[in-house]
Write a protein that binds this ligand. Structure first.
Ligand code: PLP
Length: 398
């Protein structure tokens, strides 16, 4: 392929599972001089911004903003409710749960992991066994990753809430919806989530660098009982500031806030239910194409059951380590960047399609066309008619 003519000039398409494609309107909103951080527009826009953030997470509870990525919000959430020596339970369907559990160990907690591997959703019977055995309630929080972006598994958060309630277990339900917020349905209050962590660069379509922790009264009670909370991570002044700068424990992330303001306007103009429905429809088109390709015997879904697949990301595997060559081809020759495999044994075989955020049907058809082209160029065996199958899915009336 070394002599392949590059066709990559033009507007490139980053189809990785975060950061996601950003709307031009978000970028334009950020292209401006620094505002006053003590008075005026930036200060005035905060109450509505926080309310619109709550609407996306489907909560009436508190929200604290951090100048941090998702990893920062992991530590922020833990720091407020888990004291050194306390235990958290981490049911893992992929790499990200392990990461959050390791961070809990880093702040002095014990992380009890239940590893479901990289292709399976939670098994509630196994989780129930562990919770039942915890008779003196050593487990103070359950680290629940809604969509594990490495495996593309979507877990049942409300089912976990029901299990905790059935067993009368008082642990906080702590959800990571970093990949799913604004893509897959997520309902913090209706699902009984106590603490939600998320970040701005996936479904929220804003450059990486800002994260959010939502928390309810039950979590606030645990926070109040903590022996100490490091000042920078403390969510209390951030969520209930007397002065504007306390929202951020210092200078506000000025331009991110303008970008986010515009992204939230776009989400709410479309309507969050419509945003979820769009992601679902686009994901179904992608899966229809992949299903056809799998008939050639080289391509495989990481998650066999569509009911456990996220609408934001799809993890796939090609035999003979052909995932990396496929990605290299689409990026270098076509201007289409696909996601690397993450946390999988077969590094070169695995790859991921990011389909989160500011995406429409023609972009998805272009991504699928790019993959079809790469498969043709690399002689990868595949079923014929993948794009037709995707088009038929999109053309169906809802
Ligand atoms: C992206 C992601 C993270 C990590 O976020 P960073 O901003 O990269 O630190 C954590 N959890 C999930 C589910 C994610 O998708």
């Amino acid at each position: 392929m070394t002599n392949q003519l590059s066709l990559a000039q033009g507007r490139e398409y980053l189809a990785i599972p975060g950061p996601s494609v950003m709307p031009d309107a978000v970028l334009q909103a950020m292209h401006r001089p620094s505002p006053n951080i003590y008075d005026g527009e930036l200060v005035d826009m905060m109450p509505a911004l926080l309310q619109d953030l709550r609407r996306v997470a489907r909560t009436e509870h508190n929200v604290a903003i951090y100048i941090a990525n998702g990893h920062g919000t992991w530590e922020a959430a833990l720091s407020n409710v888990i004291a050194p020596g306390e235990t958290v339970l981490a049911p893992a369907s992929g790499r990200f749960t392990h990461g959050w559990a390791e961070m809990a160990e880093g702040i002095g907690a014990q992380a009890q992991l239940i590893d479901f591997g990289t292709s399976a959703a939670w098994d509630f019977d196994k989780i129930a066994d562990v919770l039942r055995a915890d008779t003196d309630h050593k487990i103070k929080g359950v680290l629940a990753v809604h969509v594990d972006t490495s495996s593309s598994i979507r877990n049942d958060i409300s089912g976990l809430r029901a299990l905790l309630d059935d067993l009368n277990h008082p642990a906080l339900l702590m959800a990571d919806c970093i990949a799913s917020l604004g893509c897959d349905r997520f309902e913090m209050d209706a699902w009984g989530v106590d603490v939600t962590v998320t970040a701005c660069q996936k479904g929220l379509m804003t450059p990486a660098g800002m994260g959010f922790v939502f928390f309810n009264e039950k979590a606030q009670v645990k926070r109040a009982a903590m022996p100490r909370v490091s000042q920078y991570w403390d969510w209390q002044p951030r969520a209930n500031p007397e002065l504007f700068y306390q929202h951020f424990n210092g200078t506000a992330p000025t331009h991110h806030l303008y970008g986010l303001r515009t992204a939230l306007d776009l989400i709410h103009a479309e309507g969050i239910e419509a945003v979820w429905a769009r992601h679902e429809r686009l994901a179904c088109a992608i899966w229809a194409a992949c299903e056809v390709w799998t008939q050639g015997g080289a391509l495989e879904f990481n998650v066999a059951d569509p009911a456990h697949r996220s609408h934001a990301v799809t993890a796939l595997r090609l035999t003979e380590g052909r995932g990396t060559p496929l990605r290299n081809y689409t990026e270098n020759t076509l201007g289409l960047t696909l996601g690397i495999g993450l946390g999988m044994e077969d590094w070169d075989g695995c790859f991921r399609l990011g389909h989160m955020g500011h995406l429409n049907a023609q972009m998805i058809m272009a991504m699928l066309g790019g993959i079809e082209t790469a498969m043709a160029a690399l002689d990868i065996p595949r079923g014929q008619g993948a794009l037709e199958a995707a088009a038929a899915t999109l053309a169906k009336s809802p």
